[in-house]
Design a protein around this ligand. Structure first.
Ligand code: PRP
Length: 186
């Protein structure tokens, strides 16, 4: 991971209540858009696990779960930013309404890669739901159909998101102040 280190305790950016209210709104919107149909919620491990759990329960739809795990090698020594799948979709995608569920859209490398990988498998629809959109660091154009919050360029943890595998279980989304030089590639 990055060579920076956490310099202070996390401070709250989005409260549990703000997150819950917004996810209910997203769930209602998705339920309207897919009324009468079923959806395949395809969550990107590990960060999206908690968003998936809450988003899924906000849907009034027949929903199934699948998981993928992607690794991004995008540090300063890999300026091209390579994504590879550590775990791919187990079940069929063709003809299904697939919603990619992500905690954060940052550089866009992960979702860009996943969309390019899934589209040739002929889903009926392929949509993207992200809890957070951080456009400041975007490197790849990605259209997110459902966005919880657009946030400024802070390093955020909690609600599934980590720093060095810590803080994923914080119920709020928090800013983690960083010490040291910024990593240009994240
Ligand atoms: C994070 C996050 C997204 C991805 C977004 O995952 O959960 O999957 O980065 O970044 P991008 O838009 O720059 O590609 P990470 O690789 O940290 O793994 P994790 O979900 O297991 O924490």
């Amino acid at each position: 991971m990055r060579e920076q280190s956490a310099s202070q305790a996390p401070r709250v950016l989005l409260t549990r209540e703000q997150i819950a209210t917004r996810i209910e709104q997203l769930g209602a919107q998705i339920s309207r858009d897919f009324a009468g149909e079923s959806v395949l919620l395809l969550a990107v491990l590990k960060g999206a696990s908690i968003f998936l759990a809450d988003l899924a329960r906000s849907l009034s739809l027949d929903a199934q779960f699948e998981f993928v795990m992607a690794a991004s090698y995008g540090g300063a020594r890999h300026s091209q930013g390579t994504v590879s799948l550590l775990q791919s979709v187990a079940g069929p995608v063709e003809g299904r309404n697939v919603i990619l569920v992500e905690d954060i859209l940052d550089t866009g490398r992960t979702l860009n890669y996943l969309l390019r990988t899934l589209q040739p498998r002929n889903p009926r629809q392929l949509k993207v739901a992200v809890l957070l959109d951080k456009p400041a660091r975007r490197e790849r154009a990605v259209h997110a159909d459902y966005v919880g919050f657009r946030i400024p360029n802070h390093f955020v943890v909690g609600y599934g998101m980590d720093f060095d595998e810590r803080y994923r279980n914080l119920p709020e989304i928090c800013i983690l102040p960083m010490a040291g030089p910024p990593d240009p590639a994240g």
